[in-house]
Design a protein around this ligand. Structure first.
Ligand code: IVH
Length: 702
């Protein structure tokens, strides 16, 4: 955003509201969950935009503005610690001119003229997790994370495992001192940890900072102890007795007391010296053992720091001069499409290897179809990429130098893993493969769903065994489960698989050779066909034959519809499909999804094969005649004597249909305490609303 455009916004109040919500969500993912979804540079850009708009429209600054809040509220699971002095944040600068302005601001505030030097310290801004270490009478009593700046998490037991942190201070140290600094993980240790985690099947971390945060904030201290965490002090909070008169002086004393402090801290008497220190640290950045994202300048004299004080969330006496995100250009060799376990197609850029910030990059994410179109990146382009502290680099866009380019990239509409149609639903960014049952990328996930408790519910066939059997080629599609008996000898011959347990498994499978229509449909894993929709379909069609006749009718309608890639045409055809099904809970989206599924010859083949192994039993709930037979019931609020599932089962036994939301078609609403808008809506529509005891009476009377 250029400065001239900084204050321009069609609707600044609305934009500020969106920014507040977005920044809070990203801050929570970063600080609280240790799982950011955008790069630091992108986050900084949002914060800057917020600051620019607020500067241009001071009257619009919100109570929940990110410029007032720091970090994110503490996660649960840890005790809380109220910091005796708030843990502040730092103002950011990106350009040299902003550093010049910072010093000018300090001079104006203190009324110190150009003839008097203002000494600044300069030191690396380490990318870790800030902590406060409270020592009383020379003993570490509490360690806390920053949290929201006022209240953090109590991580005393975790910090006690970090060897860099002194447990006690030498005689002569102040009675009360709150040492502040960063817990971090060295780059080499981070790489080794991720490798070990991958081997052990554990989670890996996006970057050293997340690894440090994730390792420190462990309720099980033994996990923290096993992680290579380090500490570097960079300041202090409450202190009963200052041991020196300058920032650099106190840091030297902290080093004497046993705290690791930066060996790159220098004192600079001019802006030029400060900027030279910045460049020096930037040059050495890749060689440093830990990640840094800038340089912090602090006014060295502590009396001046005290006079300067703080504004909103950051001290007036300090500034973070951030490094630009690391960028490079290279050739885009190809765009590969990866298919995730749930069928989502993700484009990955294959690049001519290039060094970015000391790392050789060969792949970068392109996120999704829209992202490629928006950036208009084409195979053969020279592209600019950025590695902003994250491990997965991002493509910023093509470098257009006038040379001849390839054709615009066309995102595939078929799944590269199985050849099925890949569709994109209205309002979704992701394109998904519709070949769920045959797609190798989704095989394991689909089979797990198929045997799950609420689907075929095959005892003894858990995720591990599914993976094993798929790995050995014994199971490819669900029908193969029912042919596992053919492999009995091979299974029994396996080490660690006894004949009894093989036979038990085969018996459990045999037990499921008859399956009711509702569970059968649910087990197929058709997108949007969950348990409730499956039951609605089964209740309406009763037999598989009737259901499949309706599917054929839908396929005929779909075949006459216009290009399915035209979004409006697709929506229109989806509405027509919903009319074909004519089932209460099946709207256009679900109808289109069912039709897409059966439009795939592979899927039909898999279902037909399965039906040769399994008998689909007609759907019949032994219904009892009652006051609610044939009616539509909605449950809302808290039920006190039963679960929602039980209430649903009761209603269905009485021949009622249970809906999730209140509409004109609802006949009865059962409202427990805390029922909100649904009960209000029911009243507005003149629908009968009863309480739980009244419902129990209906059940008892049937
Ligand atoms: S001084 C008032 N010095 O950066 C805050 N902070 O973005 C004084 N950080 O919360 C902080 N390296 O956790 C300071 N050399 C350094 C630092 C540093 C990293 C962190 C710190 C702070 C955050 C602000």
């Amino acid at each position: 955003m250029s400065p001239a455009a900084a204050d321009q916004s069609a609707d600044p109040a609305a934009e500020l509201a969106v920014l507040a919500a977005e920044i809070a969500a990203h801050a929570a993912r970063y600080y609280r969950d240790d799982a950011p979804t955008i790069s630091d540079a992108e986050y900084d850009a949002l914060v800057r935009r917020n600051a620019e708009l607020e500067a241009a429209h001071p009257d619009l600054v919100r109570g929940d503005s990110p410029s007032i809040r720091v970090g994110s509220a503490p996660a649960t699971g840890f005790g809380k610690v109220v910091h005796s002095r708030p843990m502040l944040s730092l103002d950011n600068a990106f350009a040299d001119a902003e550093v010049v302005e910072f010093v000018a601001r300090v001079r104006r505030f203190l009324r110190i003229g150009e003839d008097n030097p203002i000494i600044l310290t300069a030191e690396p801004k380490i990318d870790g997790l800030s902590v406060s270490l409270m020592y009383r009478d020379g003993v570490l009593v509490t360690a806390a994370t920053r949290g929201d700046g006022t209240t953090g998490e109590d991580v005393t037991r975790n910090v006690a495992t970090v060897a860099d942190v002194p447990q006690s201070l030498p005689p002569g140290a102040p009675a009360v001192i709150d040492v502040r600094g960063e817990i971090y993980m060295a780059k080499a240790d981070f790489v080794a940890l991720n490798a070990a985690q991958t081997c052990a099947g554990g989670r890996t971390f996006a970057n050293p900072r997340n690894a440090a945060a994730g390792s420190l904030r462990q309720l099980d201290v033994a996990v923290t102890r096993a992680r290579p965490l380090r500490f570097l002090a960079h300041g202090w909070g409450e202190i009963s007795d200052l041991p020196a008169e300058s920032q650099a002086g106190v840091m030297a004393v902290l080093a004497e007391w046993g705290f690791p402090v930066s060996d790159r801290l220098t004192r600079c008497s001019t802006i030029d010296e400060a900027l030279a220190a910045y460049r020096g640290i930037e040059t050495d950045r890749a060689a440093l053992p830990f990640d840094i994202d800038g340089v912090v300048y602090k006014v060295d004299r502590l009396d001046l720091q005290a006079r300067l004080g703080e504004v909103a969330r950051s001290p007036r006496w300090a500034l973070a001069h951030k490094f630009p995100a690391e960028r490079a250009t290279t050739l885009l060799l190809a765009i590969d499409i990866q298919v995730g376990r749930t069928g989502q197609l993700t484009p990955v850029a294959r690049l001519e290897p290039v060094g970015v910030g000391g790392v050789i990059v060969t792949n970068a994410t392109l996120h999704n179809e829209d992202e490629i179109a928006r950036k208009d990146v084409r195979i053969g382009d020279t592209v600019e990429l950025q590695r902003a502290g994250d491990v997965i680099p991002q493509i910023l866009g093509p470098i257009l130098d006038g040379s001849v380019r390839g054709e615009p990239y066309v995102f595939p509409h078929v799944c590269p893993a199985c050849g099925s149609l890949a569709v994109r639903e209205a309002g979704e960014v992701a394109r998904r493969c519709t070949g769920g049952l045959i797609c190798p990328a989704q095989r394991i996930e689909r089979l797990r769903h198929f045997v799950g408790r609420r689907a075929f519910d095959i005892e003894g066939l858990g995720a591990e065994r599914i993976e094993l059997f798929v790995g050995e080629g014994m199971i490819v599609t669900p029908a193969d489960i029912f042919r596992l008996g053919d492999h009995r000898e091979a299974l029994v011959a396996r080490r660690g698989f006894e004949a009894v347990s093989v036979d038990k498994l085969l018996a459990a499978i045999a037990d499921r050779r008859t399956m009711t229509l509702d569970r059968f449909l649910f087990a197929l894993g058709i997108r949007h066909v969950g348990e409730i929709v499956a039951r609605d379909l089964a209740r309406t069609f009763v037999t598989y034959v009737a259901f499949s006749e309706r599917v054929e009718a839908a396929l005929a309608v779909q075949a006459t519809a216009a290009e399915p890639d035209d979004e409006r045409a697709r929506a229109r055809s989806a509405a027509a499909l919903a009319a074909v099904f004519a089932v209460g809970g099946v709207g256009p989206e679900i109808a289109a999804s069912i039709t897409d599924f059966f439009a795939e010859a592979h899927n039909r083949a898999v279902v037909d094969d399965l039906r040769r192994e399994v008998t689909v039993a007609d759907f019949a709930i032994a219904t009892r005649q009652s006051q609610v037979t044939g009616k539509t019931v909605v449950f809302t609020g808290t039920l006190e004597t039963m679960s929602r599932d039980e209430a649903r089962a009761q209603a269905e036994r009485l021949g009622a249909r249970v809906a999730a939301s209140v509409s004109a078609r609802t006949d009865l609403v059962v409202a427990g305490p805390g029922a909100g808008s649904k009960a209000v809506k029911a009243a507005a529509l003149g629908i009968e609303v009863i309480d739980e005891p009244a419902w129990c009476a209906i059940v008892a009377a049937a």
